[in-house]
Ligand binder design. Structure first.
Ligand SMILES: Nc1ncnc2c1ncn2[C@@H]1O[C@H](COP(=O)(O)OP(=O)(O)OP(=O)(O)O)[C@@H](O)[C@H]1O
Ligand SMILES: [Mg+2]
Length: 141
């Protein structure tokens, strides 16, 4: 199975969805998360981090390019490249090193990061339409 659809119609469904996703991803640690503004990317990542055992404070919104959360399985890296202008900026940020670290890397607005993504990686699509949300993940290998 290389594709997974999940029910994320309500935030209460997220913990279960995240557990299934982590299981589906297996050894894959790099997740490219696509979806329009407000689709629910950040909300999903924060829930993923909780499911992975992080107790960091996720209540306040974060707008930095990279956030680091502590967890029992090591650091979890959460990127948001919405404001990034070109791939050089990602190189300067050290994206390669983050990815090579072997820690989980969750990337919002991943288009410019495409050349940095290791094979296999996980691509996720979150769609928000008429008050409903659709989630699909696919392993790219
Ligand atoms: N699965 C969900 N079910 C219901 N509401 C949700 C869900 N996911 C997110 N939301 C709500 O949608 C809003 C936007 O969510 P979020 O900030 O996660 O989107 P985003 O895709 O990260 O946006 P951006 O592109 O601005 O980074 C929030 O108010 C959040 O509570
Ligand atoms: Mg976001």
């Amino acid at each position: 199975m290389t594709k997974l659809d999940l029910d994320i119609s309500d935030v209460s469904k997220l913990p279960e969805a995240c557990k299934k996703l982590v299981e589906f991803a297996g050894k894959i640690k790099v997740f490219a998360i696509n979806g329009e503004m407000g689709a629910g990317k950040t909300t999903f990542v924060k829930e993923l981090c909780k499911v992975l055992g992080s107790n960091d404070n996720f209540s306040s919104p974060t707008y930095s390019i990279v956030n680091e959360y502590q967890s029992p399985i090591g650091k979890l890296f959460h990127f948001d490249f919405y404001r990034v202008k070109d791939a050089e900026e990602l190189f300067d940020l050290g994206l390669e090193e983050y990815i090579d670290s072997g820690n989980y890397c969750f990337i919002e607005w991943p288009d410019l990061a495409e050349t940095f993504l290791p094979i296999p990686y996980l691509t996720i699509s979150i769609q928000h339409k008429q008050n409903n949300r659709y989630f699909c993940a696919e392993i790219i290998e």
